[in-house]
Design a protein around this ligand. Structure first.
Ligand SMILES: Nc1ccc(Br)nc1
Length: 454
């Protein structure tokens, strides 16, 4: 069910199955496992969320792009054991092609950049709100789809890109009524792991898989991935050293561990300084244990979380300078984040900052008192619509009591009744549904009435 439906808007137990038609197998009216329907009220919440995402993207000068939900499976073959590739929603199509519903947007973005063969003027500041998919055994009853706001900057090597992305994410949180007391953003750099592995003589090609395993270590006991670590040739002492470094609670402590010349420390310090320039430092905290689960991150990584620790990560991202290379393209610096539509809605609901989505947004209901007045009534509706109102015309003969109840149910502000006597005087009756006052207005004055009511 849709995000709002999860709030028991349509409690599943009250949904009545349609009456069984004689002898016909009844259609299963549920959406496919792990997917959601968005009824109009759910859609109003989703549109509200996407409008906020789009407004921030626009204010930061980002341009919207899109790509097919269906991609070649080859885009996601990374052999790093990431959840996002082990839970691929993949199949072989009728043309015998190995395809997949995209689990994330970044590879599609990389494919689109690569397709332009260097012809895209850099930097790119692009965003998208794709529906992304995974095929997870329903053991955990989790969703198989979500919408994920993607913001990416391509062609900028310095932490200015990450800082701008961070500022955009914080702007969204502030715009929807959340504060730095509600949400924090943990920041780290994968260069930390890189520098530790270098110091222990672990070859570069083990970097990505090590990062994915360390990310898993955050969630499962070491025994659960002991085999993977051994297969990777990381003996216990290496893992212990890594885990020890990741417990560093400050950049100064990290400098003590990695040394004055640490590139990781330099970059993180510069990033933190930029965050102060945006005045978002209260949202940001250094946390050496953050590595994120995607294999292709190469530098700064970050993840937004609810400070009460009740929910899963709200959003996450980082630098991924080598992704194009893995596709056989030219190395191009890039950084970005993904921001899912599910956890944020849980948080907004929990913090009670979600607006109501009861109303349909209709301004005025127009009703003809009898069939002879229907044509004049739609003429009145056209005048109101041209004046900018959202108008719901009652399309069938109804009792006035039904009309007022209907207008109230859809959250209309006014009800315009076209009655025989008033119409003879070139007027209509307008009932203000908030206060109940009723008045007659000349049809020729309706445009002025609309502008006076705005
Ligand atoms: N990657 C991914 C896709 C779909 C969902 Br739900 N969660 C994560």
């Amino acid at each position: 069910s849709g995000a709002v439906q999860d709030q028991n808007l349509l409690d599943k137990t009250t949904k009545q199955d349609s009456p069984q038609q004689k002898g016909r197998p009844q259609l299963d009216t549920n959406p496919p496992k792990g997917t959601r329907d968005f009824y109009p009220q759910d859609m109003r919440l989703r549109t509200w969320l996407f409008d906020h995402w789009r407004a921030v993207a626009k204010s930061f000068g980002f341009s919207e792009y899109d790509a097919p939900v269906l991609e070649s499976e080859a885009l996601y073959v990374r052999k790093a054991g990431e959840e996002v590739t082990t839970q691929l929603y993949n199949f072989v199509d009728k043309g015998d092609r190995a395809v997949a519903l995209r689990p994330e947007m970044t590879p599609s973005l990389a494919r689109m950049v690569m397709a332009q063969k260097g012809g895209l003027p850099m930097p790119l500041k692009w965003y998208s709100i794709p529906q992304c998919w995974r095929y997870e055994r329903m053991t955990r009853g989790r969703r198989r789809e979500h919408f994920q706001w993607n913001m990416d900057v391509w062609g900028v090597a310095g932490p200015e890109a990450e800082a701008e992305l961070m500022a955009a994410m914080v702007t969204f949180f502030e715009n929807v009524g959340l504060t730095a007391e509600d949400v924090g953003i943990k920041v780290n750099s994968r260069l930390v792991i890189g520098e530790v592995l270098d110091s222990l003589g672990i070859p570069e090609e083990k970097f990505a898989v090590t990062c994915v395993l360390v990310d898993k270590l955050e969630k499962v006991p070491i025994e659960a991935i002991q085999g993977d670590l051994e297969e990777l040739g990381l003996d216990r002492s290496v893992v212990e050293k890594l885990l020890d470094v990741l417990t560093n609670k400050s950049l100064d402590a990290l400098k003590g561990t990695l040394g004055e010349d640490s590139q990781a420390v330099k970059e993180l310090s510069q990033f933190m300084t930029l965050c102060e320039a945006y005045n978002i430092q209260n949202w940001i905290l250094f946390d050496a244990s953050v590595v994120r689960g995607l294999a292709y991150y190469t530098g700064i990584v970050f993840e937004a979380f609810d400070r009460r620790g009740e929910l899963r990560a709200i959003a996450g991202g980082g630098r991924y300078d080598k992704l194009l290379e893995t596709f056989g393209g030219v190395q191009t610096p890039a950084a970005g984040f993904g921001f899912g539509d599910a956890v944020i809605v849980e948080l907004l609901k929990e913090r009670d900052v979600l607006p109501s989505f009861e109303s349909t947004g209709v301004d005025t209901v127009v009703f003809a008192m009898n069939q002879d007045l229907y044509a004049p009534a739609v003429g009145v509706a056209s005048v109101l619509r041209k004046a900018g109102q959202s108008v719901d015309v009652v399309l069938e003969g109804k009792k006035l009591k039904w009309v007022f109840k209907h207008a109230d149910r859809i959250g209309a502000k006014y009800c315009v009744v076209v009655g025989a006597d008033e119409y003879l005087n070139g007027e209509v009756a307008i009932k203000d549904l908030s206060g109940g006052a009723q008045k007659s207005v000349k049809i020729d004055d309706l445009s002025n009435w609309v502008s006076d009511e705005q």
